[in-house]
Design a protein around this ligand. Structure first.
Ligand SMILES: [Zn+2]
Length: 430
């Protein structure tokens, strides 16, 4: 007898008619026609059953602060950083925890059960760190939260940040962050990459840097990060977030850079929603869109995980906590429109990011944690097109969030009375 059996699901890899059985919080069987008794049975009715969504790049300390103390008028990254600087001295642990917990509620309702959040360590009070460590503990039963020590205003711009970052790591933040393109000079940026990689090597930690989130085609911190990764033996433990300078770089130079990234086993974490909004602000027309080179990276075998970055904060006034919004934007902005491409973008908001974050027991294989999301869509391409309701969100074999099936009632003569948006899935031979 199993604790839970989900009957007749379609899996992200395209398998259909699959039953998934859960025992003791782990997946115990994945096969058609499971007949054993179960404490609870869910009929998936042929819909898509996925492992949970994963957001590998977020700012949980800033989320839901939109409008505090004012709105970002220019809409630029730099005004966002300045605005956050105004808000920061007024932050309290209590308010930070409250907003983060509210955001996590939203995330869970969207089937988003793992988040890597950068935490600003620029204010030596470290209230942000204190608050996010508390949040990490409180959400642990339902959401895996990883924390990155992130010097938002630069590692070398202000005195005291080096010490604060180190203290944040001592307090239990588990990943080393950075922002080399925001240091005063290219040289300071390069020095910061070296220093931060050394810290990660000494402490045995992963690295995830905001790296070249700029439209400057001459910015060279991605190559520095790749080189220092190799130098310190950090292969497979380093991610570069944003990497938007690569959009504007010369093609010849990129043909050198991509192999360097692959050699360093560096992962890439593009954030399509926010970078479509922030980049190209100094252009007239043609206007660069500033998203990094996702298709070329995938061709090189560089792991790509897509992040949200921000939801309703000084940098981005939109956002829903739904990683399918992120994949939807990526499909458009990168013109990855084939069925295979869409499946790859679905992987970029699920398995790829889980791998980048090093999540244990993630996936739909026997032995994995029984964490799953049942979507009102037939397959991965339809999931990205529809961004449909999450009918069931399951954590360790228990349903922790439910949303009813979306249906519209029509009053049209001679037409159906009820419409289910998921019923429009095309029957295409792949
Ligand atoms: Zn960020």
């Amino acid at each position: 007898m199993f604790d839970l059996v989900i009957k007749n699901a379609t899996l992200p890899d395209g398998r259909t008619g699959v039953d998934v059985a859960v025992q003791d919080e782990r997946i115990a069987a994945v096969e058609p026609g499971i007949t054993a008794e179960a404490g609870q049975t869910i009929d998936a009715d042929g819909l898509l059953l996925s492992p949970p969504f994963v957001d590998p790049h977020f700012h949980m300390d800033a989320t839901l602060s939109l409008g505090l103390p004012r709105m970002n008028v220019s809409g630029t990254l730099l005004e966002g950083i300045a605005l956050w600087g105004e808000l920061r001295p007024t932050l309290t642990t209590e308010a930070l925890i409250d907003r983060a917990l509210r955001y996590c509620d939203l995330a869970v309702s969207k089937g988003l059960l793992a988040v890597r959040s950068h935490v600003d360590v620029s204010d030596p009070r470290l209230v942000t760190v204190e608050a996010m460590l508390e949040v990490r503990d409180r959400v642990a039963p339902y959401l895996d939260l990883q924390l990155v020590a992130f010097p938002q205003d630069g590692y070398y711009r202000e005195t005291g940040v080096e010490e604060a970052l180190s203290r944040a790591l001592d307090m239990g933040v588990e990943i080393v962050g950075g922002i080399p393109h925001f240091e005063r000079t290219m040289e300071d940026g390069a020095r910061s990459v070296e220093a931060l990689c050394r810290i990660a090597a000494d402490r045995g930690l992963m690295v995830d840097m905001h790296c070249d989130e700029t439209d400057d085609p001459m910015s060279r911190h991605v190559e520095t990060l790749a080189a220092q990764t190799v130098r310190f033996g950090l292969q497979g433990r380093v991610a570069g977030s944003h990497l938007t300078s690569m959009h504007s770089m010369d093609n010849y130079y990129v043909s050198k850079l991509l192999p360097l990234m692959a050699e360093a086993q560096m992962a890439a974490i593009p954030n399509p929603l926010i970078n479509m909004m922030l980049q190209g602000r100094h252009d007239t027309y043609p206007k660069r869109r500033g998203l990094t080179r996702i298709p070329q990276m995938m061709e090189m075998g560089i792991p790509v995980g897509l992040g949200q970055d921000c939801v309703m904060d000084p940098w981005y006034s939109m956002g829903t906590g739904d990683l399918l919004d992120v994949a939807h934007m990526a499909v458009h902005a990168t013109q990855l429109g084939s069925i295979e491409d869409k499946r790859a973008m679905f992987d970029a908001v699920t398995v790829n990011s889980a791998r980048i974050m090093g999540l244990e027991g993630y996936g739909l294989d026997v032995g994995c944690h029984a964490d799953m999301v049942l979507l009102q869509a037939r397959d991965t391409a339809e999931a990205i097109r529809l961004r449909p309701n999450r009918l069931k969100v399951i954590r360790r074999g228990k349903v922790i969030a439910e949303t009813p099936v979306e249906r519209s009632r029509l009053s049209l003569q001679g037409r159906p009375e009820v419409l289910n948006p998921a019923s429009y899935a095309p029957r295409i031979a792949v």
